[in-house]
Design a binder for this molecule. Structure first.
Ligand SMILES: C[S@@+](CC[C@H](N)C(=O)[O-])C[C@H]1O[C@@H](n2cnc3c(N)ncnc32)[C@H](O)[C@@H]1O
Length: 218
């Protein structure tokens, strides 16, 4: 374990859930929520891990258009978990499961080579240099993720923070093949992304595959 490994990429936010979120947790968490142990999460379809799903806007929209996918959405923020549960109900989704935990722990608990894709959409940028060590995409995380991706698997990163692209390409430089790609049509523009656009920060999408797996045919 490297120095600083225990540093978390998120801050635990205090605050009570509103009535709609509490209702979602009571009714929907038992149906769509997943608790440890996480080792039996892999089913017969390609598993997609969304890391830090936020309010679940992209999660739900992408699950609607790709019903054959098996999505595991991981988020630490309770209000985000509740929001995604409500979207799952609203769209009648059966291909999304929700985990409320640190994505690093979840990733570590998944079997090796179990993921078809890992999605990291708009990770917290931690823009101040003294906080940069909190960025989720750091060498130890990349090394762990590389072991969890299946053959042909890839990381899809999207960010509106220019420094994050540079940071990611640097972290991945040694052991991954990376491609900055045109905005894929299957990734919806979310409220979060719209705010970045309005602030003059267009998004960048990066596909990355550990070198041992690189296959750009899809
Ligand atoms: C900037 S938001 C983006 C949310 C969403 N992906 C989107 O595009 O709207 C980043 C999210 O990642 C979550 N997050 C950060 N570190 C995490 C971790 N280690 N495990 C799970 N969620 C995490 C935060 O709680 C936050 O909701």
């Amino acid at each position: 374990m490297e120095v600083g490994e225990e540093i978390r990429s998120f801050k635990v936010r205090a605050g009570r859930l509103g009535p709609a979120s509490r209702d979602a947790m009571v009714r929907l968490w038992p149906v769509h929520g997943v608790t440890p142990p996480y080792d039996a999460l892999v089913r017969d379809r390609p598993l997609v891990l969304e890391i830090g799903s936020g309010m679940g806007e992209a999660t739900a929209a992408m699950a609607v258009t790709d019903p054959g996918s098996d999505v595991l959405a991981v988020e630490v923020h309770p209000a985000g978990v509740a929001a995604l549960l409500r979207r799952i109900e609203e769209h009648g989704l059966t291909n999304v499961r929700v985990v409320q935990d640190d994505a690093v722990a979840v990733l570590g608990a998944l079997p090796e080579r179990s993921l078809a894709e890992a999605r990291l959409f708009f990770p917290d940028p931690w823009p101040k240099s003294r906080h940069a060590k909190r960025r989720l995409l750091r060498p130890s995380f990349a090394a762990l993720l590389a072991t969890r991706l299946a053959d042909g698997g890839r990381l899809h990163l999207a960010t509106d923070w220019p420094g994050y692209v540079e940071h990611a390409l640097e972290v991945l430089a040694d052991d991954w093949d990376t491609r900055v790609v045109d905005r894929p049509a299957h990734r919806p523009v979310t409220r979060f992304e719209r705010q970045g656009l309005d602030a003059g920060r267009p998004s960048t999408d990066v596909y990355a595959s550990p070198r041992r797996l690189a296959d750009w045919s899809t």
